[in-house]
Design a protein around this ligand. Structure first.
Ligand code: I3S
Length: 129
């Protein structure tokens, strides 16, 4: 309210399956490795989880275990629609933060539109705080 100087903070939370790959690190282009990932947006942080079946260490954890893979604090990040030269896939977003760049993709357009909106709103909200 105006009286307390507090801004109403909308709760922006979302979870779902997305395809993702890192495409650059420290500003340097790296080889893509598209993987499907259970993706959670919670309190301004985007977390990509590892698919338990893609465990490279040889099955030492339970099949239903969900393991965090990459965490991106969205404060200072940017989200955009990837240009056609970034990928041959459809519905691709690019998420950048501190020289790290991810592509996020899903074949269903509405799913990517929803993520684009919530990620953009979250980034904008974090800029105002
Ligand atoms: O940007 P690129 O190099 O065309 O990306 C493709 C490669 O990562 C490819 O793997 P190899 O590095 O083993 O060729 C992937 O299978 C493709 O999916 C990548 O292209 P798309 O257009 O799907 O992002």
């Amino acid at each position: 309210s105006l009286e307390t100087g507090q801004r109403h903070v909308q709760s922006l939370e979302k979870a779902g399956i997305l395809n993702k790959t890192k495409v650059s690190e420290n500003g340097k282009k790296i080889r893509k490795n598209w993987t499907q990932s259970w993706t959670v947006l919670h309190e301004g942080v985007l977390i990509f989880h590892k698919d338990s079946k893609s465990n490279s260490t040889g099955g030492s954890y339970k099949s239903n275990q969900i393991v965090q893979d990459v965490k991106v604090d969205l404060r200072g990040a940017t989200i955009g629609i990837a240009s056609k030269d970034k990928s041959s896939k459809k519905n691709v977003l690019e998420l950048k933060k501190n020289g790290v760049e991810f592509l996020i993709q899903y074949d269903t357009e509405s799913i990517i539109q929803d993520w684009y909106k919530v990620l953009g709103d979250t980034i904008q909200q974090l800029e105002q705080k």
